[in-house]
Design a protein around this ligand. Structure first.
Ligand SMILES: *Cc1c(COP(=O)(O)O)cnc(C)c1O
Length: 522
């Protein structure tokens, strides 16, 4: 009988080539992103893929061999990537992964466990269970009762949260609970994935209720309470711990109290035959906290208090590919409840799981995810938690928070820059505004002109390959703002200062050139 192929066979040599090609590609790039914009990157990648006007597909009859393919394409990938490890790559919640996590990820790829059955993932099944328990405890849940799963990210975790809320509302309706349709409440700053999940689950009729935010990007509690009072039926409130732009944290403890009050509220129209109150909730209510960004603050002694009230949630989304420095995907979904995943439960999956196997002690995580084949993304997380501990990760979170606070001081000290929100986590939202009397600023600074200037600053940096700065719109007039999302714990105060200075200098140049002409940004 021939020996089964070993995952390590040939791998040593290819990993060596890969690391060398990564270094060479990075050297060719020479900055945080490739210069020249989409046209130049597309041409370079077409060349590496062997795609040309006369040969249109990268899939040719015969391949070029592993050595040439890995070397050529890893170099092209590295040369054509934005590098989150560069201090001037600061646009998104896009972290430089820790080397220890990347190494662990390689082991996952080599062994390829799949969590839909024990006999594809004996070790990984236990590892995921323990990672979920550790993170549930970190969130403040009782780890012996809490359940959860590793997901592809905040998007999938938010879908799971709304799915479990829908299941709970159905269960209440089947008992003594309220009738009426489940309504989703979220703040104006909630992540786009909440509305998508609501649409996928048919929870957009009645439409998702959008609660306005205060001047710091947090959900207005008074307006949430009023909206809940006007909705007699079941409700799911999605609070955000770390809004994607401002990093703001909704008042979780107060929102949890509002949801609890809603649960106790008598329904407006109780069916005449309904039994007297039995201690069952009258209106069902569910609190989902989207802590995809802010969840990382739990590692930090300094910042954990920002998430006060998180443990009162019925479900939570975390993302360790943000403030957790994991290679994506490393999403986490948690609930303090041991059961209550009816929509995910599979009645029959004879080829994956059987009752007698389970009775004999072979566990299955099939009923914890909407996916079937599922990669062991818990493994790099487990290795990282073991390697760094809470304090090690907390120090990285604090370093990013320090950078953002430093950036805030620099922005405040520069008359050409103005910040939009106070720093909560590791993001600063700001914009450039030409100084009165500076070249070109004789022209009136209309919102339109400021929008165009700020959009142009960012695009100039991207095209030159000099820096990756974020962009968003905010405020009542949805004005274009720039954003530094600081997830690189190795970046220094000097790096941030130099980047902000560059932004202001390019702003001055562009303001001098445009002289305030009319144009608009959409
Ligand atoms: C990033 C983010 C998400 C989406 O997470 P993915 O991992 O990209 O799917 C959801 N909510 C918030 C608040 C986020 O910052």
């Amino acid at each position: 009988m021939s020996e089964a192929p070993q995952p390590g066979r040939g791998l040593n040599e290819l990993v060596g080539l890969t690391l060398a090609a990564l270094a060479e590609g990075r050297r060719r790039r020479g900055g945080p992103l490739p210069a020249g914009g989409p046209v130049r990157v597309r041409a370079a990648i077409h060349a590496a893929l062997g795609v040309s006007p006369d040969r249109t597909s990268l899939l040719t009859r015969t391949g070029i061999g592993s050595t040439a393919a890995i070397t050529g394409l890893v170099e092209a990938l590295a040369a054509g990537s934005v590098d989150p490890a560069d201090p001037w790559c600061a646009a998104h919640l896009h972290c430089p992964p820790l080397p220890v996590a990347v190494a662990a990820d390689l082991a996952v790829s080599a062994l390829n466990p799949s969590l839909d059955s024990w006999d594809q993932a004996p070790a990984a099944t236990t590892i995921e269970t323990e990672v979920v328990a550790a993170l549930a405890a970190l969130a403040g849940f009782d780890p012996t009762r809490a359940t959860g799963t590793i997901t592809t990210g905040g998007t999938e975790s938010n879908l799971m949260g709304l799915l479990l809320a829908r299941d709970a509302a159905h269960a209440d309706a089947a008992g003594t609970g309220p009738s009426g349709r489940l309504r989703v409440f979220r703040s104006a700053a909630a992540h786009l994935s909440v509305d998508r999940a609501a649409a996928v689950l048919g929870l957009d009729d009645p439409p998702v209720a959008v609660i306005p935010t205060d001047g710091q990007d947090r959900m207005r509690l008074d307006l949430l309470r009023r909206a809940l009072a006007e909705h007699p039926g079941p409700a799911v409130v999605v609070a955000t711990a770390g809004t994607t732009d401002a990093g703001a944290v909704d008042p979780l403890r107060e929102i949890a109290a509002a949801v609890e009050e809603h649960r106790r509220r008598p329904p407006l129209r109780r069916p005449p035959a309904a039994p007297a109150a039995t201690g069952h909730p009258a209106s069902s209510g569910w609190l989902h906290v989207d802590a995809a960004y802010g969840g990382g603050a739990l590692f930090s002694d300094r910042l954990a208090a920002c998430l006060d009230g998180l443990a009162l949630a019925d479900s939570v989304s975390l993302d360790l590919h943000k403030l957790g420095w994991q290679p994506a995907p490393a999403g986490v979904f948690l609930t303090p409840r041991p059961d209550g995943w009816p929509s995910v439960r599979v009645a029959h999956a004879d080829y994956l799981r059987s009752e007698d196997d389970e009775a004999a002690g072979f566990p299955s995580l099939l009923d914890r995810s909407l996916r079937t084949t599922r990669r062991a993304d818990s493994f790099p997380i487990a290795v990282t938690l073991r390697a760094l501990g809470r304090a090690g990760l907390g120090a990285l979170v604090d370093a990013c928070h320090d950078l953002a606070r430093h950036a805030e001081r620099t922005v405040q000290a520069d008359p050409r820059l103005e910040s939009a929100f106070p720093v909560t986590l590791s993001t600063i939202v700001f914009r450039y505004r030409p100084r009165a009397g500076a070249a070109g600023s004789a022209a009136e600074c209309t919102t339109d002109r400021l929008n165009r200037l700020n959009a142009d600053i960012r695009r100039t940096l991207l095209l030159d390959g000099r820096a990756v700065v974020g962009r968003t719109r905010t405020g009542p007039d949805r004005a274009v703002h720039l954003k530094l999302t600081l997830l690189n714990h190795d970046a220094t105060h000097a790096d941030v200062d130099a980047l902000l200075r560059l932004v202001a200098e390019i702003g001055d140049e562009l303001a001098g050139e445009d002289g305030g002409g009319i144009g608009s940004v959409s």
